[in-house]
Design a protein around this ligand. Structure first.
Ligand code: SAH
Length: 281
Protein backbone atom coordinates (compact mmCIF):
# COMPACT_ATOMS: atom_id res chain seq x y z
CA UNK A 1 0.00 0.00 0.00
CA UNK A 2 1.13 3.52 -0.61
CA UNK A 3 0.88 6.02 2.20
CA UNK A 4 -1.19 3.81 4.40
CA UNK A 5 -1.60 5.44 7.79
CA UNK A 6 -1.19 3.41 10.96
CA UNK A 7 -4.33 2.73 12.90
CA UNK A 8 -4.52 3.38 16.63
CA UNK A 9 -7.32 2.78 19.06
CA UNK A 10 -9.82 5.61 19.24
CA UNK A 11 -9.54 8.50 19.05
CA UNK A 12 -6.76 8.01 16.52
CA UNK A 13 -4.64 11.10 15.95
CA UNK A 14 -4.24 11.76 12.25
CA UNK A 15 -0.76 13.04 12.81
CA UNK A 16 0.86 9.66 12.81
CA UNK A 17 4.05 8.91 11.11
CA UNK A 18 4.56 7.59 7.69
CA UNK A 19 7.47 8.30 5.50
CA UNK A 20 6.18 7.78 2.03
CA UNK A 21 3.49 10.20 1.02
CA UNK A 22 2.34 10.83 -2.47
CA UNK A 23 2.34 14.50 -3.21
CA UNK A 24 0.57 15.75 -6.24
CA UNK A 25 1.23 19.06 -7.83
CA UNK A 26 -0.21 20.65 -10.86
CA UNK A 27 -0.61 23.96 -12.54
CA UNK A 28 -3.57 25.12 -14.52
CA UNK A 29 -2.19 26.28 -17.80
CA UNK A 30 -4.84 25.62 -20.39
CA UNK A 31 -8.58 25.96 -20.64
CA UNK A 32 -10.41 23.15 -18.90
CA UNK A 33 -11.14 20.18 -21.14
CA UNK A 34 -14.40 18.30 -21.37
CA UNK A 35 -12.80 14.86 -21.13
CA UNK A 36 -15.04 12.47 -19.20
CA UNK A 37 -13.79 11.97 -15.67
CA UNK A 38 -13.14 8.78 -13.79
CA UNK A 39 -15.84 7.30 -11.62
CA UNK A 40 -14.69 5.47 -8.52
CA UNK A 41 -17.10 3.20 -6.74
CA UNK A 42 -17.16 2.54 -3.03
CA UNK A 43 -18.07 -0.84 -1.62
CA UNK A 44 -20.68 0.65 0.75
CA UNK A 45 -20.94 4.35 0.06
CA UNK A 46 -22.57 6.57 2.66
CA UNK A 47 -24.99 9.12 1.20
CA UNK A 48 -23.11 12.44 0.69
CA UNK A 49 -25.10 14.39 3.28
CA UNK A 50 -24.56 11.68 5.89
CA UNK A 51 -20.85 11.59 5.11
CA UNK A 52 -20.53 15.39 5.37
CA UNK A 53 -22.34 15.43 8.69
CA UNK A 54 -20.29 12.50 9.95
CA UNK A 55 -17.04 14.26 9.08
CA UNK A 56 -18.21 17.50 10.69
CA UNK A 57 -19.24 15.71 13.90
CA UNK A 58 -16.04 13.67 13.93
CA UNK A 59 -13.85 16.78 13.84
CA UNK A 60 -16.13 18.80 16.11
CA UNK A 61 -15.68 16.16 18.76
CA UNK A 62 -12.05 15.22 18.31
CA UNK A 63 -10.21 18.41 17.32
CA UNK A 64 -9.73 19.68 20.88
CA UNK A 65 -8.03 16.51 21.95
CA UNK A 66 -5.82 16.37 18.87
CA UNK A 67 -4.80 19.96 19.39
CA UNK A 68 -3.68 19.12 22.93
CA UNK A 69 -1.53 16.31 21.65
CA UNK A 70 -0.39 17.45 18.24
CA UNK A 71 -0.73 21.21 18.30
CA UNK A 72 -1.54 23.15 15.15
CA UNK A 73 -1.45 20.38 12.57
CA UNK A 74 -3.59 17.31 11.91
CA UNK A 75 -1.44 15.77 9.23
CA UNK A 76 1.35 13.24 9.14
CA UNK A 77 4.97 14.16 9.57
CA UNK A 78 7.63 13.93 6.90
CA UNK A 79 10.38 11.70 8.27
CA UNK A 80 13.69 11.95 6.57
CA UNK A 81 15.47 8.61 6.80
CA UNK A 82 18.81 10.38 6.27
CA UNK A 83 18.32 12.71 9.23
CA UNK A 84 20.29 12.07 12.42
CA UNK A 85 17.36 12.47 14.74
CA UNK A 86 14.66 9.97 13.92
CA UNK A 87 13.51 9.64 17.52
CA UNK A 88 9.80 9.38 18.12
CA UNK A 89 9.55 12.17 20.69
CA UNK A 90 6.54 14.47 20.52
CA UNK A 91 8.71 17.44 19.56
CA UNK A 92 10.21 15.41 16.76
CA UNK A 93 6.75 14.56 15.45
CA UNK A 94 5.75 18.20 15.51
CA UNK A 95 8.90 19.19 13.62
CA UNK A 96 8.11 16.45 11.13
CA UNK A 97 4.69 17.97 10.53
CA UNK A 98 6.31 21.29 9.68
CA UNK A 99 8.78 19.42 7.51
CA UNK A 100 5.81 17.97 5.63
CA UNK A 101 4.68 21.49 4.75
CA UNK A 102 8.18 22.58 3.77
CA UNK A 103 8.84 19.45 1.72
CA UNK A 104 5.53 19.88 -0.07
CA UNK A 105 6.45 23.46 -0.98
CA UNK A 106 9.92 22.36 -2.06
CA UNK A 107 8.49 19.53 -4.13
CA UNK A 108 6.18 22.02 -5.84
CA UNK A 109 9.15 24.33 -6.55
CA UNK A 110 7.84 27.12 -4.37
CA UNK A 111 10.96 27.50 -2.24
CA UNK A 112 13.71 28.46 -4.68
CA UNK A 113 15.15 31.99 -4.74
CA UNK A 114 13.47 32.61 -8.08
CA UNK A 115 10.18 30.97 -7.10
CA UNK A 116 6.92 32.85 -7.23
CA UNK A 117 5.65 33.70 -3.79
CA UNK A 118 1.95 32.94 -3.50
CA UNK A 119 -0.17 35.90 -2.48
CA UNK A 120 -3.66 34.39 -2.36
CA UNK A 121 -3.97 30.94 -0.83
CA UNK A 122 -6.93 28.65 -0.18
CA UNK A 123 -6.52 25.93 2.44
CA UNK A 124 -9.06 23.26 1.49
CA UNK A 125 -9.89 21.14 4.54
CA UNK A 126 -8.04 23.44 6.91
CA UNK A 127 -8.42 21.72 10.29
CA UNK A 128 -7.67 24.33 12.93
CA UNK A 129 -5.76 26.38 10.40
CA UNK A 130 -2.17 25.34 11.09
CA UNK A 131 -1.14 25.31 7.43
CA UNK A 132 -2.91 28.61 6.75
CA UNK A 133 -1.14 30.43 9.54
CA UNK A 134 2.19 28.91 8.59
CA UNK A 135 1.82 29.78 4.89
CA UNK A 136 0.41 33.25 5.56
CA UNK A 137 3.44 34.06 7.71
CA UNK A 138 5.93 32.50 5.37
CA UNK A 139 4.69 34.25 2.24
CA UNK A 140 2.94 37.28 3.77
CA UNK A 141 -0.05 35.95 1.87
CA UNK A 142 -3.80 36.15 2.34
CA UNK A 143 -5.18 32.75 3.21
CA UNK A 144 -8.78 31.48 3.33
CA UNK A 145 -9.42 28.16 5.02
CA UNK A 146 -12.49 25.97 4.70
CA UNK A 147 -13.58 23.01 6.82
CA UNK A 148 -16.79 21.09 7.41
CA UNK A 149 -16.40 21.44 11.18
CA UNK A 150 -17.85 24.57 12.84
CA UNK A 151 -15.70 23.87 15.92
CA UNK A 152 -12.55 23.86 13.80
CA UNK A 153 -13.49 27.05 11.94
CA UNK A 154 -14.17 28.84 15.20
CA UNK A 155 -10.96 27.61 16.80
CA UNK A 156 -8.93 28.48 13.70
CA UNK A 157 -10.27 32.06 13.73
CA UNK A 158 -9.58 32.35 17.47
CA UNK A 159 -5.99 31.15 17.03
CA UNK A 160 -5.48 33.56 14.12
CA UNK A 161 -6.71 36.43 16.30
CA UNK A 162 -4.52 35.44 19.23
CA UNK A 163 -1.49 35.31 16.94
CA UNK A 164 -2.26 38.69 15.35
CA UNK A 165 -3.01 37.16 11.96
CA UNK A 166 -6.67 38.10 11.52
CA UNK A 167 -5.81 40.51 8.72
CA UNK A 168 -4.20 37.72 6.72
CA UNK A 169 -6.16 34.56 7.45
CA UNK A 170 -9.82 33.67 7.86
CA UNK A 171 -11.77 30.47 8.18
CA UNK A 172 -15.30 29.39 7.42
CA UNK A 173 -17.45 26.31 7.21
CA UNK A 174 -17.78 25.31 3.57
CA UNK A 175 -17.70 22.25 1.36
CA UNK A 176 -14.59 21.61 -0.71
CA UNK A 177 -16.85 20.24 -3.43
CA UNK A 178 -18.73 23.54 -3.67
CA UNK A 179 -16.31 26.20 -2.62
CA UNK A 180 -17.67 29.67 -1.86
CA UNK A 181 -15.05 31.37 -4.05
CA UNK A 182 -15.08 32.80 -7.55
CA UNK A 183 -13.18 31.14 -10.39
CA UNK A 184 -9.42 31.73 -10.66
CA UNK A 185 -9.18 33.32 -7.22
CA UNK A 186 -6.00 31.78 -5.78
CA UNK A 187 -2.39 31.36 -6.81
CA UNK A 188 -1.82 28.51 -4.34
CA UNK A 189 -4.49 25.87 -3.76
CA UNK A 190 -3.49 23.77 -0.77
CA UNK A 191 -5.11 20.51 0.29
CA UNK A 192 -3.22 18.83 3.11
CA UNK A 193 -4.73 15.45 4.00
CA UNK A 194 -8.31 16.34 3.21
CA UNK A 195 -8.73 14.70 -0.21
CA UNK A 196 -9.22 11.29 1.36
CA UNK A 197 -12.53 12.53 2.79
CA UNK A 198 -13.93 13.51 -0.62
CA UNK A 199 -16.55 11.13 -1.95
CA UNK A 200 -16.32 12.50 -5.48
CA UNK A 201 -12.66 12.81 -6.48
CA UNK A 202 -13.37 14.16 -9.98
CA UNK A 203 -15.53 16.92 -8.51
CA UNK A 204 -12.92 17.62 -5.83
CA UNK A 205 -10.12 18.04 -8.36
CA UNK A 206 -12.34 20.06 -10.69
CA UNK A 207 -13.21 22.42 -7.86
CA UNK A 208 -9.53 22.84 -6.91
CA UNK A 209 -8.81 23.68 -10.55
CA UNK A 210 -11.77 26.06 -10.77
CA UNK A 211 -10.55 28.30 -7.95
CA UNK A 212 -6.93 28.20 -9.17
CA UNK A 213 -5.76 31.17 -11.23
CA UNK A 214 -3.92 30.47 -14.50
CA UNK A 215 -0.36 29.48 -13.59
CA UNK A 216 -1.30 28.76 -9.98
CA UNK A 217 0.05 25.78 -8.07
CA UNK A 218 -2.25 23.12 -6.66
CA UNK A 219 -0.77 20.98 -3.89
CA UNK A 220 -2.62 17.85 -2.85
CA UNK A 221 -1.14 15.71 -0.08
CA UNK A 222 -3.49 12.82 0.44
CA UNK A 223 -3.92 9.20 1.32
CA UNK A 224 -3.82 6.94 -1.72
CA UNK A 225 -3.89 3.23 -2.22
CA UNK A 226 -1.21 1.66 -4.38
CA UNK A 227 -1.37 1.97 -8.14
CA UNK A 228 -2.96 -1.00 -9.83
CA UNK A 229 -0.95 -3.03 -12.31
CA UNK A 230 -2.20 -3.19 -15.91
CA UNK A 231 -3.69 -6.64 -15.30
CA UNK A 232 -5.68 -5.59 -12.20
CA UNK A 233 -9.01 -3.87 -12.10
CA UNK A 234 -9.20 -3.57 -8.31
CA UNK A 235 -7.26 -4.14 -5.09
CA UNK A 236 -7.18 -7.66 -3.68
CA UNK A 237 -9.76 -8.71 -1.06
CA UNK A 238 -7.31 -8.42 1.86
CA UNK A 239 -6.36 -4.90 0.87
CA UNK A 240 -10.00 -3.91 0.46
CA UNK A 241 -10.84 -5.28 3.89
CA UNK A 242 -8.00 -3.34 5.51
CA UNK A 243 -8.98 -0.13 3.74
CA UNK A 244 -12.59 -0.55 4.81
CA UNK A 245 -11.50 -0.56 8.47
CA UNK A 246 -9.63 2.69 7.93
CA UNK A 247 -12.61 4.18 6.10
CA UNK A 248 -14.93 3.25 8.94
CA UNK A 249 -12.60 4.73 11.58
CA UNK A 250 -11.99 8.03 9.81
CA UNK A 251 -15.19 8.75 7.88
CA UNK A 252 -13.58 8.13 4.53
CA UNK A 253 -15.24 7.17 1.27
CA UNK A 254 -13.56 4.96 -1.34
CA UNK A 255 -9.86 5.55 -1.98
CA UNK A 256 -8.09 5.97 -5.26
CA UNK A 257 -4.46 5.70 -6.33
CA UNK A 258 -1.97 8.43 -7.10
CA UNK A 259 -2.17 7.37 -10.75
CA UNK A 260 -5.94 7.96 -10.63
CA UNK A 261 -5.31 11.50 -9.38
CA UNK A 262 -2.81 12.10 -12.15
CA UNK A 263 -5.35 10.95 -14.74
CA UNK A 264 -7.93 13.28 -13.23
CA UNK A 265 -5.55 16.23 -13.22
CA UNK A 266 -4.51 15.58 -16.79
CA UNK A 267 -8.11 15.24 -17.90
CA UNK A 268 -8.47 18.88 -16.84
CA UNK A 269 -5.39 19.80 -18.89
CA UNK A 270 -3.39 20.52 -15.75
CA UNK A 271 0.36 20.07 -15.80
CA UNK A 272 1.55 17.56 -13.22
CA UNK A 273 4.83 17.93 -11.33
CA UNK A 274 8.09 16.52 -12.62
CA UNK A 275 8.15 13.53 -10.28
CA UNK A 276 4.65 12.52 -11.24
CA UNK A 277 5.30 12.99 -14.91
CA UNK A 278 8.31 10.71 -14.69
CA UNK A 279 6.89 8.08 -12.39
CA UNK A 280 3.20 7.83 -13.13
CA UNK A 281 2.06 7.48 -16.67
N1 SAH B 1 -5.34 20.22 6.57
C1 SAH B 1 -5.45 20.21 8.01
C2 SAH B 1 -6.53 19.29 8.52
C3 SAH B 1 -6.51 17.84 8.01
S1 SAH B 1 -7.88 16.94 8.75
C4 SAH B 1 -4.12 19.92 8.62
O1 SAH B 1 -3.20 19.51 7.93
O2 SAH B 1 -3.98 20.14 9.83
C5 SAH B 1 -9.06 16.90 7.40
C6 SAH B 1 -9.80 18.20 7.22
O3 SAH B 1 -10.56 18.09 6.02
C7 SAH B 1 -10.78 18.56 8.32
O4 SAH B 1 -10.63 19.92 8.64
C8 SAH B 1 -12.16 18.34 7.66
O5 SAH B 1 -13.19 19.19 8.14
C9 SAH B 1 -11.81 18.71 6.25
N2 SAH B 1 -12.77 18.20 5.27
C10 SAH B 1 -13.12 16.94 5.00
N3 SAH B 1 -14.05 16.91 4.03
C11 SAH B 1 -14.28 18.19 3.66
C12 SAH B 1 -15.13 18.82 2.72
N4 SAH B 1 -15.94 18.12 1.91
N5 SAH B 1 -15.10 20.16 2.63
C13 SAH B 1 -14.29 20.90 3.42
N6 SAH B 1 -13.46 20.37 4.34
C14 SAH B 1 -13.46 19.02 4.45
Amino acid sequence: MTSLPFLLSPPPPRSLHHRRRRRLFSSPSCPRSRTPLLAMASSSPRPPQELRQGIADFYDQSSGLWEQIWGDHMHHGFYDSDADDVSLSLSNHRSAQIRMIEESLRFASLLGPESKRPKRIVDVGCGIGGSSRYLARKFAAQCCGITLSPVQAQRANALAASEGLSDLVSFQVADALQQPFPDAEFDLVWSMESGEHMPDKPKFVKELARVAAPGATIIIVTWCHRDLTPSEDSLNPGEKELLQKICDAYFLPAWCSAADYVRLLRSLSLQTGKYLSENLR
